[in-house]
Write a protein of this length. Structure first.
Length: 376
């Protein structure tokens, strides 16, 4: 089941909550505005979600800033953000504590490294793309570093449960780590590397509850006006077809196909799950107008990276609004046509209609109409 939340969405929500808490604590509006601005810059820089950042990421970011007053001001902002997060129980350890700035991320223990390399090869052998491979290895490396005293085949069910339970993660992050541990130990058991699977009976992690946050039409139209040709096309792919940032980055001219006599787009979906999305004449023309090859060329196997695509579009949207909100816009508008959640689910490439429901925002006017009809 796919998550309705990306790291961008988590950052946007976290910063809004931080802003509200700072104002409630009677910080001056100017101070709050500055800290929010600094945290948005930090969010655009890091790849982790707000509750998964490590001290090394903060150090690297601060080094990219002009040294002196600017870096110090940003350091104060990130310190204030994580002081609030720690007090609110959103992080278990504060990555911004001054003493942590002199530390470095521990290497993967030697007792784990060879097995993780073999697991990387396994993931590639079953066709997982490099983004998925890197993410899964990063998650496993975190687990390995926290269990450096033992090897991978000495881990017990209780070890995993205690580790997952000690993390102050959002439900989706906890689900993701549970999932990769199940895949890792399932592979190890099936391949004869271990005689037992400590992750086989891990309890299910309950999904978090989230609400759709579609881009409002005014902000979308304004972004189209501000965008250059490349950004304009990416905006449309996300808002009119519901593509994720990573899916936009992978669009190739050969993916423009004909299905049932009509133009369509083969989308390389999350989790290596392709889907076909119909094209309007306008979108078909816009795609065909681009040169042969990747529509967004770059340095990652010929195309731009998903992270860069996301940052490229999010920076022409209002502060706190991410590219993923365009996908919410598509879901909301598509559902409003005839209330067919299963059709919207297929267009978005979701594994479950429950996920799709989290993307759809039902208008207040519609809710009021229903209540009035019942009460009449």
């Amino acid at each position: 089941m796919q998550s309705a939340y990306t790291n961008e969405s988590r950052w946007a929500e976290a910063i809004v909550q931080f802003e509200a808490a700072a104002l409630a604590a009677k910080y001056s509006p100017a101070t709050v505005d500055q800290r929010v601005k600094h945290m948005r810059r930090f969010a655009a820089f890091v790849e982790e979600g707000p509750w998964d950042v490590e001290s090394e990421s903060i150090m690297v970011w601060l080094r990219t800033l002009p040294q002196g007053h600017t870096a110090n001001a940003h350091r104060v902002s990130v310190r204030g953000f994580y002081r609030w997060a720690a007090a609110a129980g959103r992080v278990f350890e504060d990555p911004s504590l001054p003493q942590t700035f002199v530390t470095r991320r521990k290497p993967v223990p030697s007792s784990w490294q060879a097995t993780l390399d073999e697991f990387r090869t396994y993931l590639r052998s079953i066709g997982r793309n490099e983004t998925t491979v890197r993410t899964r290895l990063s998650q496993l490396s975190r687990f390995a570093r926290d269990h450096s005293a033992v090897g991978p085949w000495d881990i017990t069910f209780d070890d995993i449960v205690q580790w997952l339970g000690a993390k102050r993660w959002a439900p989706e992050m906890r689900r993701a780590h549970r999932g990769v541990l199940r895949v890792f130990y399932g592979w190890a058991h099936e391949s004869g590397r271990t005689t037992h699977n400590p992750a086989a009976k891990l309890p299910v992690v309950k999904r978090g509850i989230h609400f759709a946050r579609p881009v409002i039409d005014h902000d979308y139209q304004l972004a189209l006006v501000k965008a250059d040709d490349r950004e304009h096309l990416a905006l449309r792919l996300a808002a009119e077809l519901g593509l994720r940032a990573g899916e936009c980055a992978l669009v190739h001219s050969r993916d423009i196909i004909v299905r049932d006599g009509q133009p369509s787009l083969l989308v390389h979906g999350k989790g290596d799950k392709p889907r076909v999305v119909p094209l309007t004449d306008s979108m078909h023309g816009a795609l065909r107008a681009r040169p042969e090859g990747y529509l967004f060329p770059g340095q990652v196997n010929g195309h731009i990276s998903p992270n860069y695509m996301s940052k490229l579009i999010s920076r022409i949207l209002p502060p706190g609004v991410t590219m993923h909100a365009l996908r919410h816009r598509f879901a909301t508008r598509a559902y409003a046509v005839d209330r067919d959640v299963f059709a919207v689910q297929q267009l978005l490439g979701h594994a479950s209609p429950q996920t799709t429901q989290q993307y759809v925002q039902v208008a207040d006017l519609e809710l009021r109409r229903l209540v009035n009809a019942v009460g009449a």
